[in-house]
Write a protein that binds this ligand. Sequence first.
Ligand code: FAD
Length: 329
Amino acid sequence: MSNMAPASVQTSVVTTQRNEDKILNLKSSNVFNAESPISKAVSSVYDWETFKFAPIRESTVSRAMTSRYFADLDKYAESDIVIVGAGSAGLSAAYTIAKARPDLKIAIIEANVAVGGGCFLGGQLFSAMVLRKPADSFLRDLEIEYEDEGDYVVVKHAALFITTLCSKVLALPNVKLFNATCVEDLITRTTEDGQTRIAGVVTNWTLVTMHHHDQSCMDPNTINAKVIISCTGHDGPMGAFCVKRLAGLGLIKRNQMGCLDMNRAEDGIVKNTREVFPGLVCAGMELSECDSHNRMGPTFGAMALSGVKAAEEALNVYELRKKQDEQSY
Ligand SMILES: Cc1cc2nc3c(=O)[nH]c(=O)nc-3n(C[C@H](O)[C@H](O)[C@H](O)COP(=O)(O)OP(=O)(O)OC[C@H]3O[C@@H](n4cnc5c(N)ncnc54)[C@H](O)[C@@H]3O)c2cc1C
């Protein structure tokens, strides 16, 4: 008979040994080691021996947040452009318009806590993101690295694209993101010739919007704007909001998103990104619910460039809509 323990027992001995190593390592991790590479690198910034945060009173933290938030609500109650949805199309539009026109106030309303929409992963929850050329020019503008594969490029993480884009948007001084906030209706005005125009958005905390069916009288807030860019994605629990709302009133026609065809879909979305109704530019996958464009699956160039085109279209009509706004109350 062999002296060796059965395989399962051997494994558990090794595991126990490893756990003990880990415990020892953990215990020793509180011992200051001036020779460790990290200690050497940060010793000029932090002295852990004397380390202490600056003192603060809790109400100071509260006022630091609320004073700024309420100042922003006040400032952006009259916005120049409101962008609904902070997915890839909405953030691309925000980046382009806010950079081109630092004089304009841009409010972004995002229903979710996190920005990015469906752009944190590529297809089927894979990490890499494919963009067909010429969308590579947008990546260069954002200084995002990619692999050039000829007709298309690949960013190693979709999350790298969307977080870089978001950080560049939020660093711009004329942009305010109101996240965890839902657009639950649109503001309309009637022009002198009897035409209806979109003149702003009706907002609420998303958690409130989600509870209108079981709580009563939770009235919303409003933001007036000259132009709205709607990028709420394709149909889903929250998606295609503005298209569905206007179609429900018979103000525009709604056509369901078509089946997948990458080649038709991307060109169709970008080329047709436009003001679909006076005061409302529609971009990204929401447009497919208006025009019946094909879905494109996991290729994202059209979302970025639809956002870029939406910025251009919004600026093309901005002066006209601003004039109409000044003529109404
Ligand atoms: C299950 C699934 C399948 C998909 N399949 C495909 C596909 O086959 N083809 C394809 O092209 N795309 C598909 N997509 C979407 C894909 O992620 C998109 O191509 C891309 O993300 C769309 O970008 P977007 O900016 O237009 O919209 P999204 O990335 O969807 O972003 C829209 C944003 O708007 C916000 N929003 C929605 N309603 C409101 C509101 N009322 N107020 C405020 N904010 C709001 C959302 O929270 C979201 O952050 C799929 C997504 C999912 C989740």
